[in-house]
Design a protein around this ligand. Structure first.
Ligand SMILES: Cc1cc2nc3c(=O)[nH]c(=O)nc-3n(C[C@H](O)[C@H](O)[C@H](O)COP(=O)(O)OP(=O)(O)OC[C@H]3O[C@@H](n4cnc5c(N)ncnc54)[C@H](O)[C@@H]3O)c2cc1C
Length: 305
């Protein structure tokens, strides 16, 4: 094992013998910093020559194995990519799903790697979003669709020394489910506090699965939060914006790491407020797929922080 030092006193990361730096940064989750906006002239002092180029996503066929509709808003679709194609991924990554008109929608893989190679997708119904609408209205078991191989840096190090505050909105829960499954299966003893926000109580489409997975991790908690219900909706749990619920419980984030996935407004508000609560920028994990998200959910209205 070698240690790669990073600038500005950031934590070093480990690279195994014969491992590429690119593989190491993907494995450890360091790569998320690469999506940051440049705020001034960059003066690199060290250049690293990477020996292998990053693989571009390839389009491959995948067969629909099952479709389950736990709520009117979400379809859980299980796909089987061909076993002849390499299809390795880190829990937390997403695939592109190609619609009939060639448009691509990013969808997170919601399960840890399985022996049979199948992957689970949680597809939200989104107004004006053709790929999601096609999946909800026209996709059938046995169909073959085109997908892009896994991508994204939304992969967390399974560092057991820090508690993870996971803040997810709507189907942004999907990649977190993959990570939880992976840690439970590998016996990783990570402390996780999962805050899952939805507008209405009826939208928690995988409540029991989330509860079960979190209960298998030490000192971990699951807090569902409703943001737009009303007093008669039968909800007895927490209310408000999901990241504010997390910050009400964890006001000091200096020792924590935070993972966020969901609507762009949630990601932006959570990043701003978590950094203000002492979170180290290096330990804020979120993927933003420019141009592919931010569609208006059917029956939805804008949230304000
Ligand atoms: C890397 C990545 C992967 C994704 N994978 C998937 C996927 O697999 N499937 C899929 O359908 N979509 C996916 N998306 C899209 C994303 O999950 C959706 O934008 C999100 O799920 C919208 O869900 P919703 O309409 O139910 O959320 P909303 O109902 O709009 O919000 C859910 C909760 O988020 C909070 N929130 C919303 N807006 C704000 C705001 N402005 N400020 C503060 N808090 C806010 C609230 O607590 C609210 O209850 C992905 C996005 C990214 C970035």
């Amino acid at each position: 094992m070698f240690e790669v030092m990073r600038s500005s006193g950031r934590e070093p990361f480990a690279v195994a013998r014969d491992e590429t730096i690119l593989t190491a940064v993907l494995r450890t989750g360091v790569l998320h910093t690469c999506r940051r906006v440049v705020r001034g002239t960059c003066r690199p002092t060290v250049a690293i020559e990477v020996g292998h180029t990053a693989e571009l996503p390839r389009q491959i066929p995948a067969r629909v194995v099952s479709i389950v509709q736990p709520t009117s808003e979400v379809a859980i679709v299980t796909l089987r990519p061909p076993l002849s194609e390499p299809f390795d991924y880190f829990p937390g990554q997403y695939i592109g799903t190609v619609g009939p008109d060639g448009l691509v929608r990013a969808l997170s893989i919601a399960n840890a790697p399985r022996i049979d190679g199948t992957i689970e997708l949680h597809v939200g119904r989104v107004r004006g979003e053709p790929v999601a609408n096609h999946i909800h209205k026209h996709l059938n078991v046995g169909d073959v669709i085109r997908i892009e191989t896994p991508q994204g840096s939304n992969h967390l190090p399974s560092d057991e020394s820090r508690p993870l505050i996971a803040i997810v909105g709507g189907t942004g829960y999907a990649p977190l489910q993959a990570m939880l499954e992976d840690w439970v299966a590998r016996g990783v003893r990570k402390e996780v506090h999962l805050y899952w926000g939805n507008r209405l109580p009826s939208r928690f489409y995988a409540m029991r699965t989330a509860e079960r997975l979190v209960s298998r991790l030490p000192k971990s908690t699951f807090v569902p939060v409703v943001s737009s219900g009303n007093i008669d909706d039968g909800w007895h749990g927490r209310r408000g914006l999901v990241h504010l619920a997390a910050l009400a419980d964890f006001a000091d984030l200096r020792a924590a790491e935070v993972f966020v996935c969901g609507p762009p407004g949630l990601v932006a508000a959570a990043e701003r407020d978590c950094l203000a609560s002492g979170l180290c920028a290096d330990r804020f994990y979120a993927d933003v797929e420019e141009g592919k998200i931010g569609h208006e959910r059917i029956g939805g209205e804008a949230e304000t922080a």
